[in-house]
Design a protein around this ligand. Structure first.
Ligand code: NAD
Length: 477
């Protein structure tokens, strides 16, 4: 397998040699081998990128939405045409099993990019209020900072709506999974993106990320990542009263109502554990179960989790690969140990390596029960294949289930299961989260996605994402 070594950024339509010789290594999560290198960018390179984005803004923001939508449609098809290459890179960077990588790390980004064409025109529809005509305009130069867990999707979930809105961009992908961004640049340029519209500076958060957040000529920052970094970004951006969109962490509950189908619950738990080894911001990580059905739910989950095949992400029958990095592995193992130390009952798994695996950042699918809301594993985002069952008193009913579901600082996603659909929907409405699935309702790639509470503010995906990148003007006649 060839290596991916890069020593360039992309600024003003050209590959620009990095000024520093420092490189950041990209590691294969399953083999722990170095598979690539990217440059460690500097604040000066961010400044050059911002100047290019500013210079390109007037012309790009006055192209028609249809022109931009069509360009993105062409890029979407080009992404699909490179499925195998892009899936393999991301399986190596993140550890996602290849079959899942094709769908989630390539198919989904392709939809995210192409779907702009369907609604971008409407995002600019004027509104009349008395003597006021309300028009929408691109906000300006935007700084976009992405995480590693869905490398291409998290990048295009920002880049595509920002482009559709008419903004110009300075982007920093995650240093842990940056490699597909090089392909994305090629794809967008081949589709006709003019020079200076998308500028990419590779590098770390404290240097490149903070240079983006604090740059006086960036009008808005959109960040996806941890809540801790999101808080710092908010504080830094406040100095320039910059608009900030934040997609942060989660601790999402699955509320099981007394009449829920236990097999549906178990299957959904397996899905949540195996999707990117639990490294999804919206992963369901807490199962809120009525005491009367606890034993039944536990045994169904145990039986289902036992079928999860953990191993090489390149093997077509693997259900769960490794975690992304040594840092993440250390963090997940420490939290599993903390769960045991705080008195949660370990049903399966633990902090040791899965059987037969001696290399790679693997962790066992792990399920705890009797988890109470004061425990660390009920409160902190673990970002690994670790599930906590939180029993509730049947006598206290749905109120108690809702109370436990809402008892974290997060509010990104949730799920409710119950045979009485009206009741399940009523409970879903009481959960303070940006997206709530009812009875395993399927993920919708153009429905707004984002958080309540400390899971952030702003929405990505679909038409609502384009609106994040627009300013509103009232013309009074
Ligand atoms: P992270 O916060 O460590 O890093 C995210 C990005 O921010 C990276 O590009 C990083 O280089 C950059 N960064 C780090 N420090 C910075 C700083 N001081 N200033 C500016 N930029 C900085 O997060 P991660 O480990 O890459 O991703 C995992 C986290 O992302 C989890 O908490 C997960 O829940 C969250 N996430 C949220 C969503 C969502 O939509 N809400 C989606 C995916 C991931």
């Amino acid at each position: 397998m060839s290596d991916y070594n890069f020593d360039v950024h992309h600024i003003n339509g050209a590959w620009v040699q990095a000024e520093s010789s420092e490189r950041i290594e990209v590691i294969d999560a399953a083999t722990e081998e170095v598979i690539g290198r990217i440059p460690a960018g500097t604040a000066k390179e961010v400044d050059t990128a911002v100047k290019a984005a500013r210079a390109a803004f007037d012309s790009w923001s006055t192209t028609t939405p249809e022109f931009r939508g069509n360009l993105l449609k062409a890029a979407s098809e080009a992404i699909l045409a490179r499925t195998e290459e892009l899936a393999v890179i991301q399986s190596r960077e993140v550890g996602t099993p290849l079959a899942l990588s094709r769908a989630m790390h390539v198919g989904l980004p392709s939809v995210t990019v192409g779907s702009q064409n369907d609604f971008v025109g409407h995002a600019f529809d004027p509104e009349i209020i008395g003597n006021a005509t309300i028009v929408k305009e691109a906000i300006g130069v935007v700084g976009l900072i992405a995480p590693w867990n869905f490398p291409l999707q998290q990048v295009v979930a920002k880049v595509a709506p920002a482009l559709a809105a008419g903004c110009t961009i300075v982007l920093k992908p995650s240093e842990f999974a940056p490699l597909t961004t090089y392909a994305l640049i090629e794809i967008l340029e081949a589709a006709g993106l003019p020079a200076g519209v998308l500028n990419v500076v590779f590098g770390d958060g404290p240097t490149v990320g903070e240079a983006i957040v604090t740059h006086p000529d960036i009008d808005m920052v959109s960040f996806t990542g941890s809540t801790a970094v999101g808080k710092r970004i908010c504080a830094l951006a406040a100095d320039k009263v910059k608009r900030v969109a934040l997609e942060l962490g989660g601790k999402s509950p699955l509320v099981v109502l007394p009449d829920a189908d236990v097999n549906m619950v178990a299957q959904r738990v397996v899905g949540a554990i195996t999707l990117n080894s639990g490294q999804a911001c919206s992963a369901l990580t807490r199962i809120v179960v009525p005491q009367s059905r606890l034993a039944e739910v536990e045994s169904a989950i145990l039986a289902a989790v036992a079928t999860i095949k953990v191993g090489d992400p390149m093997s077509e029958d693997t259900a769960m690969g490794p975690l992304v990095s040594e840092r993440q592995l250390g963090r997940v193992r420490a939290l599993i140990d903390k769960g045991i130390a705080e008195g949660a009952r370990l049903l399966t798994g633990g902090s040791g390596l899965p059987e037969g695996l001696t290399k790679g950042y693997y962790v066992q699918p792990t399920v705890f029960s009797d988890v109470t809301i004061d425990m660390t594993i009920a409160q902190e985002e673990i970002f690994g294949p670790v599930m906590s069952i939180q029993p509730y008193d049947d006598a206290l009913g749905d109120d108690e289930a809702v109370r436990i579901a809402n008892a974290t600082v997060y509010g990104l996603a949730a799920a409710v299961m119950g045979a009485d659909v009206a009741r399940a929907n009523a409970v879903a409405r009481r959960i303070r989260a940006g997206q709530v699935e009812v009875n395993a309702g399927a993920f919708n790639p153009i429905a707004p996605f984002g958080g309540y509470k400390q899971s952030g503010h702003g929405r990505e995906l679909g038409r609502h994402a384009v609106e994040e990148y627009l300013e509103m003007k009232a013309l009074l006649n």
